[in-house]
Each structure stands twice: as structure tokens, then as C-alpha cells.
Design a protein around this ligand. Sequence first.
Ligand code: AKG
Ligand code: FE2
Length: 346
Amino acid sequence: MGALDAAFIQEAEQRPDLKMVEGEGIPMIDLSDSPARTREELAAEIGDACKKWGFFQVVNHGVPLGLRKRVEELVKEFFDQPPEEKEKVKRDEVHPMGYHDSEHTKNVRDWKEVFDFFLQDPTLIPALSHPEDKSLRKLTNQWPQSPPQFRETCEEYAREVENLAFKLLELISLSLGLPADKFNGYFKEQTSFLRFNHYPPCPQPELALGVGRHKDGGALTVLSQDSVGGLQIQRRSDGEWISIRPTPDAYVINLGNAMQVWTNDLYWSAEHRVVVNTEKERFSVPFFFFPGHQVSVKPLDEITNEENPPKYKEFNWGVFFAMRNRSDYKKQEVENIQIDHFKVSE
Ligand SMILES: O=C(O)CCC(=O)C(=O)O
Ligand SMILES: [Fe+2]
């Protein structure tokens, strides 16, 4: 990536405030088993964070640190390769997973390059080749030959992060007063994927963003970030942008659109963005925990009632996923699909 091309320039009101001060931090939650605290008490702590912020960090999460470090090294090695090497696994209309450097969020180009892979290979999603099309597409991963051990290490890491995601899902379910496994069935044919983000130094960070403001789509995201910093979230209480300070070995957890809909807005999917800088490259590794294509997403019957009627209409996860992903490819004239499109009018 060279000097700042016009495609990267954000509208004036979206540009980041690079001198932003650190606000009150998001909660830090210790997941270790402790005799001083019941599972329900831990769940309640998580529930409070989900309501107030939709974001928190976790420590003592069970993901082996050595494995995480090996992945970080391999990711750097992968992106350090010449473009020709990375482009051997470039994503296209047939293979939406793999390497790409031209993602758009809200139609402005992000200052980053990425590598994606599905947790389940193949993963099924609606084909949507025409409006009545009910057929499914089988999507497969693409793996580079180099660096060596890339695929094996990434797959091993993905399984560990998936375990953490299920642990959190169960705690969230308990926090809602529901059985721990209430949500588990939705992930039988999950469309989850892991992403490696590389944000190179940017000549004009005041004009661009590493990732433009957005909400993640699924149930929750488990994010590993390095020590550079740049992730900012919008505070639910007043809409202020807050920087998330990197904490060594912790994971940043945030809720996605599906969880906000299931809980009928009780829990929050916060908007967030990534600010870049002129000096340091940054790496991050989000795991997007997404339901199966067949899952129908709507406010849970256990949560809604006459006083709290459903705020969203039911929608099919696979169609939502396929439509959002399709619009990543090129600058589109229409706005990307959002959960707000399913809001029940008041
Ligand atoms: O790099 C980060 O810290 C966050 C990236 C992100 O929000 C995303 O990939 O959805
Ligand atoms: Fe995100």
C-alpha cells in the first residue's frame, strides 16, 4: 500500500480524533474457577458488561499462551511475504476466504490487509444467485504453502478459541437466567471464521481508518490484539468513542448483532473502529462466532412479553451473512445490510 488513495479517505464526520483521551475502561473479567465465586456470580459480572458496554476483556481464559504466540509469529511471517506469494490465496467470488487487501466498511476502503478461514471446511451458506434461490453454496478454505505449519497451527488455535467462545456463550446464557446450553444448538453448522488483520503504518492516519465504524454480525467476537493499540468503541451510555488499551494475554470480547437481537436490546452490540498510525504496523486476530446458515434470528420468547414486545422481525442468519459478505467485494451504491433493517417500527 502506498500513499493515501482517495478510496481510503473517510467522510469528515467519520474521521478519527487521534488525540482522544482514554476513557473509563471496559470491564476486565477473570474467568478462572475460584471457590470464592459461583458460576452464576461470574455470569452476572458478564451480564452487567454485556448490558452496559457490549465489550469486556477476559483473563485466565484457558487458551494456551504459547500457541497464541506461535500464531502471532506465523501471521507476521505470512503478511511479510511479497504480494505475489500472498495473492496465491487471494479471495475471489468463488473463494470468499483467503487473503485480500481491499475490504470496504460502509463503502470506504479500510487501511489493512487480511487473511480469513472458516472453522468448518466446507461451510454452507445460501447461494442467493437470484431472489428466489433457496440453494446452498459450499465454501472451502484456501491455505498458503508458506510459512510452513501455517494451516496446522491456525486450525489448532481456532479450536482453542472456539472452546473459549462456547464457554462465554454459556455464561451469557446463564446471565439471562436461561439454561447454559440454550444457544449451543444454533452453532451446529456454524459459519464462524477467524481473521488475521494487518494494519500497515499509514501516511495520513487522520483521514483513514484501519476498519471503519461497524458492528460485528454474529453472537460474539473473541479478539486478540497486539500491544500497539488503535481499537476504539462507542460507549452505549453517551456515544463517546473510547480507546481499548491493549492488555497482554487478555482477549477482548464483544457482542454481535445476533446477540443484541436474541436479547431484544438488553445486551448491546457496540459500534467500533480501528485507528491507524504513521509509525507502527498492528496485528489483530478476531474470531467471529457465527450461527449456522439455517438459524432464524429473533428476540427470544423467554425474554419478550407484553411489556417487552419484540423489537426485531425474524431473519435468516445465512441470508444476512451472505448479503453482508457479498457487499465486501466492491464499493456499492446501497448501504450494507444492518440489523436495524429488521427493527419493528414503533
Ligand atoms: O483490529 C481490531 O482491533 C478490531 C477489528 C475488527 O473490528 C474487525 O475485524 O471486525
Ligand atoms: Fe469488528
